[in-house]
Structure formats: C-alpha cells, structure tokens
Design a protein around this ligand. Sequence first.
Ligand code: CA
Length: 243
Amino acid sequence: MMATHIGYNSGVTGEHILVVEDEPAVARGLLYGLNNEGFTTSWAETGQRALELARHENIHLILLDLRLPDISGFDVCRQLRTEGKRQPIVMLTACDEEVDKVLGLELGADDYVVKPYSLREVISRVRAMLRRAYGELAAAAPREKLSFGNVEIDLERLLVFRNSQPISLTPTEFRLLRYLVSNPDRPIGRDTLIETVWGYGSDIGDDRTIDVHIRHLREKLEDDPTTPRWLITVRGFGYKFKP
Ligand code: CA
C-alpha cells in the first residue's frame, strides 16, 4: 500500500484530476466540487488538449467526457493506453448505449458514470478509483517532488525547501506554487489561479489577492523578489512559472 505516497483518503494532499469536458457549465461544476474536496484540477475542453496535459503533467486520474468537439473520449482513452499511460480513467457518458461501448470495446477506461450524475457520486467514484489504482501502482510510483533552481517542492509531505532549508508557506501559497510549477511556461490568468486556489465561484479571492500571494512567494523563493527569475508576471493577464 502507498498510504504515505498520496493521501487518497482525504484528498487534502491534492491529487491532480484532469477534467475533460467541452461544456463549460458542466466542467465548472466538476472542478468546483473537486477543488472543494481538496483535489488539484486541470481542465481540457478538447481531446487533443487532454492528451497534451496527460502527457506532460503529473495527472493522477482523468474524468473523461465521451463527446468532445475534436476526437472522442474513446480515442483519448485508447491513445493514452497505447502510450502506456496508466492513470485511472473514469468516463462520463450520456446514455446506456455508450456505456456498452466503454465496457465492450475494452478501451482501457476503469469506470464510468452515466449523465446526469450527482457530484457526490462522481467524487465517490474518484476516491474509489484513486484508492484502487494507487494501491496497485505503489511499487512503480516515483516519489513526488518538483524542483527548480535551488527550490524543491515535496508534494508528498507538503514541504518546500530552498537551499535545502525548509520554507514556511501558507496552504494557499503552496497550492498556488504547486499549480504554477506544474504548468511550466504556461501563462495562467488570474481568474484561473483564483479558481484553482479557492475553487470556482469563490468570493474569497480577487485579482489583488493573487498578486499579494505571488509577492509573498517571490519574497520566500526568489533570490531577488523585485526581479523574479521563476514567478513571472504576464502583463494584463496573470503569471507563469519559467523553469
Ligand atoms: Ca461533451
């Protein structure tokens, strides 16, 4: 078992869930629910984007809509399995006929949920799949660390080190940093950061709040916080992590 690797019982250590769904309202509901439960989320609106994210980010589980604007959820699933990606995939399907295909064609999906589903149902499936999958994958799973320059982020223990010295970050700063570092070289808008850190529809965060947290992160992590090397401002938009 790998209980020490990922806190799958609570979700508080933020397993990374990729939501593949082209309908924004549906996606937002899922992202909001997952964030509320402590999961880290990414959203792909198309199958191609889903493949990119699944290839380049550390995704623990994929919630995959069947009907997407470019390639189908079936294709995404088949492609990932062909590439040896083993994350659990939970299909979001619209009717029984499609469910039959998911099961019958053995495309590599691990579970499915039929629309309309309740958020509670989806989250309970997600937890069950994470538990099952990461119990099985434990032996092969690498230790979860991210690093850049003289900074190391220990995702397992929720610690950050600079020059091997522990740095004290607030939970909000940690989530913000983890999200930025998990999406290198990608400009991320303030709205997205707010949703990521506080969840969709939250009225806690606003643009200025994000700026304050970024400033604190720079003060804690950058050699020269006034001329940041890692946490870069994207003018009029947001921020990006430059590896
Ligand atoms: Ca769809």
